[in-house]
Design a protein around this ligand. Structure first.
Ligand code: DX5
Ligand code: ZN
Length: 217
């Protein structure tokens, strides 16, 4: 289904070759580039911060979709705007004032996303849907690539109904592969993040494998 966007997560890329990896996935059909920011506090893993994201920006020609798995979020929003994020997604679990956070993300000139951990119900975003451009439904507990898909199709269906005719994307993040993708698309998702399923078996020297993997999703 070509209306569904594929957003490869560079969490599964070669960390010594981000520029080449980003160029390779875009050349092979990636719609967005998904950047997983982890702080070793909100999630038990540490990746990169604003200076690295700013460096990625020089290679991204599509949409840079930045997923913050950090707490607190608000003190960093201007830095991610300055780094060139197109979409900035914060977790509803990251603090008591997600409403303010989404306002601040839009106020800084970015599209705003709100992410839900698997244990958080759809209703947590019921009063945020006019402030968000994207709802990210986590289908793993965040922190690591390559984890097993957790079925959240009921949550996706509930969210699609709650969203109604608002222009809000439903993004799925975690364990997306050719087997799980159709389940969430049927439930109403329109953006699929995929890390290990895109990068597995490929390399910057043989990028067509990335293309085959993207097309298989
Ligand atoms: C999980 C990250 C995901 C992750 C997805 O904490 O937010 O974006 O990279 O990786 P896969 O597709 O391998 O589950
Ligand atoms: Zn992510």
């Amino acid at each position: 289904d070509r209306s569904v966007k594929i957003a490869p997560s560079i969490l599964s890329a070669d960390f010594a070759n981000f520029g080449a990896e980003i160029r390779a996935i875009e050349a092979q059909g990636a719609d967005w580039v998904h950047v997983d920011v982890m702080d070793g506090h909100f999630v038990p893993n540490l990746t990169f911060g604003p200076p690295a994201v700013k460096a990625f920006r020089r290679h991204v020609t599509t949409v840079m979709d930045v997923h913050l798995m950090i707490a607190p979020v608000d003190p960093t929003i201007d830095a991610y705007a300055e780094a060139g994020a197109d979409i900035l997604t914060a977790h509803v679990e990251a603090g008591p004032h997600i409403h303010r956070t989404l306002q601040a993300i839009r106020g800084a000139g970015m599209k705003a996303g709100v992410a839900l951990n698997p244990g958080t119900p759809a209703e947590a975003v019921a009063h945020l849907l006019d402030l968000a451009d994207l709802v990210c439904v986590m289908t793993v507990n965040p922190g690591f690539g390559g984890q097993k898909f957790i079925d959240m199709t009921a949550k996706v269906r509930t969210l699609r109904a709650m969203i109604g005719d608002r222009p809000v994307h439903i993004e799925i993040d975690g364990g997306v592969d050719p087997q799980t993708a159709p389940l969430v698309v049927r439930a109403g998702a329109d953006v699929l993040v995929a890390g290990s399923a895109v990068f597995k078996g490929g390399s910057v020297d043989a990028p067509q494998v990335y293309g085959d993997n993207i097309r298989a999703i």
